[in-house]
Write a protein that binds this ligand. Structure first.
Ligand code: NAP
Length: 336
């Protein structure tokens, strides 16, 4: 069976996911496209999915009888309405992060899915599919003993002037927030944020870098440096200190050179290159599960917890240095 997929939002990531579904992965085909920017949908049809029908609205695409599953890759503020419509139609739905822009919105999705009684939603937290993180998790689960501390960094070469301090949480740290819950199989109980002096390349409305400290229910302390104007490259670091040893996220593969009297490895500069393979694996996982009428991977619950944690981290930015409690509601049985 070929899964017939509709894509809502054909901007940067929607176009790239359409490309991988039609040209890289197996078992699925793009049959429908929708974007408020019609020219963008038409360009994806022309370049990638010539047989796709273009719909005026995301809701019309979801309702189409030949659409089996939906990809929501539009602007974040529109995700909730489309995911809720997909659940109401009983169609599996892959939603790019964020699941919703508020915790209340993400909760509405959790409630609708629970009411439906079966998983339909996968959230686009692709780091869980990165081969480096998968190997790190295996080491954490089986080799280094119970985790005690995580040291991590999320560094980006530069961000535009519109990128303001809370975006370091909602747009950047959000991936660490999800992946560390998964890596440690633990939940957060508090967040704290410390600001060193801002780097010279930072902007007027951005305090950069910052250090976010998360504490988990089992007492593991995670410190993450978020430095989005670090200049030198796109660099994701993670080291887990356990009872018996230490495990480190592998560096991305890079040619080592002996050149000009130096031993050198290039560092990536673009997040798309760092996680390109994991996007393929996450969408193939979606296709397999959606073909069976369900969803796999990161859940609506994970999207909801990420939203609650992000909100707590933004409050912690405002209360610099103070611990902000993270109180999670009871997890519905659907997500156990
Ligand atoms: P983008 O290039 O701006 O594309 C978003 C597209 O959605 C644009 O064409 C936009 O049209 C369209 N759109 C806006 N409102 C819409 C609506 N109501 N219905 C249908 N389409 C609508 O953004 P992007 O970089 O692709 O990001 C899209 C989403 O993916 C964001 O939530 C982002 O956080 C997420 N993302 C995740 C990752 C990851 O690593 N997992 C990476 C990149 C992006 P206009 O241009 O006319 O507004």
């Amino acid at each position: 069976m070929t899964l017939r997929i509709g894509v809502i939002g054909t901007g940067a990531i929607g176009r790239d996911h359409a490309r991988r579904i039609n040209h890289v992965l197996g078992g699925a085909k793009i049959v429908a496209l929708s974007d408020v920017n019609k020219a963008s949908a038409e360009a994806v049809k022309k370049d990638i999915a010539p047989d796709a029908v273009i719909y005026d609205t995301g809701e019309a695409l979801i309702a189409a009888s030949d659409v089996d599953a939906v990809l929501v890759t539009s602007w974040g503020a529109t995700h909730e309405q489309y995911v809720l419509a997909a659940i109401a139609a009983g169609k599996p739905c892959f939603c790019e992060k964020p699941l919703a822009t508020t915790a209340e919105g993400a909760r509405r999705i959790v409630d609708a899915e629970v009411e439906h009684g079966k998983r339909l939603v996968q959230v686009g937290f692709m780091r869980r599919y990165d081969s480096g993180y998968v190997a790190l998790k295996q080491a954490v689960d089986t080799r280094i003993g119970a985790p005690i501390i995580v040291h991590a960094a999320h560094r980006n070469p530069a961000v535009p002037e519109q990128y303001v301090t809370p975006m370091a949480i909602h747009d950047t740290l959000i991936h660490e927030i999800d992946v560390f819950r998964w890596l440690l199989d633990d939940d957060y109980i508090s967040a704290r944020v410390l600001f060193p002096r801002s780097a010279a390349r930072s902007h007027a409305k951005l305090k950069d870098p910052q250090i976010v400290i998360l504490e988990t229910a089992r007492g593991t302390i995670i410190n993450v440096e978020v430095f989005v104007n670090c200049h030198y490259g796109y660099d994701i670091q993670c080291e887990v200190v356990g009872e018996d040893g230490i495990a480190r996220l592998p560096e991305p593969m890079a040619i080592q050179m002996r050149l000009g009297a130096k031993l050198q490895n290039d560092i990536l500069t673009d997040w798309k290159d760092r996680f390109i393979a994991s996007y393929d694996v996450e969408l193939q996982d979606f296709i397999h599960a959606a073909a069976k009428g369900t969803a796999s991977g990161p859940t609506s619950w994970d999207g909801y917890v990420a939203a609650i944690t992000s909100d707590a981290c933004v409050t912690a930015q405002e209360k610099e240095g103070q611990a902000v409690a993270i109180n999670l509601p009871t997890r519905p049985a659907l997500y156990n």
